[in-house]
Design a protein around this ligand. Structure first.
Ligand code: NFA
Length: 101
């Protein structure tokens, strides 16, 4: 099979770009207890106590805070899991996602 050639260029045209990352954002409200916000941040976003406190307080003071950045499907799943936990507990705590840059 001396004359066999292998095309190594085709993949280039099929290659997908880097997946777009999305931010998950915590929004402040006047009713959800600080401790509950920290509990959700720890449970869903695997944040330790110090990070949970810092992110909760930043949202509390500034109105919103980026929690973390993930691939789009992970970001959306975590935002809705966190929102579900809040709603089940009777709080209107809001998590949104948006493209990172
Ligand atoms: N602002 C809420 C309070 O004072 C705490 C809170 C922080 C809620 C961050 C939502 C997000 N109980």
């Amino acid at each position: 099979m001396r004359d066999t050639t292998i095309d190594r260029g085709t993949k280039t045209s099929l290659k997908l770009g880097r997946p777009q990352l999305h931010k998950v954002i915590l929004h402040n409200d006047d009713f959800t207890p600080r401790e509950f916000v920290m509990l959700v941040l720890a449970a869903v976003f695997r944040l330790g106590e110090d990070d949970s406190y810092r992110i909760m307080m930043t949202a509390h003071k500034l109105g919103a805070c980026v929690i973390a950045v993930y691939a789009q499907d992970i970001a959306e799943t975590k935002a809705s899991e966190a929102g579900d936990l809040a709603r089940e507990a009777g709080f209107a705590l809001l998590f949104t996602t948006e493209p990172d840059e």
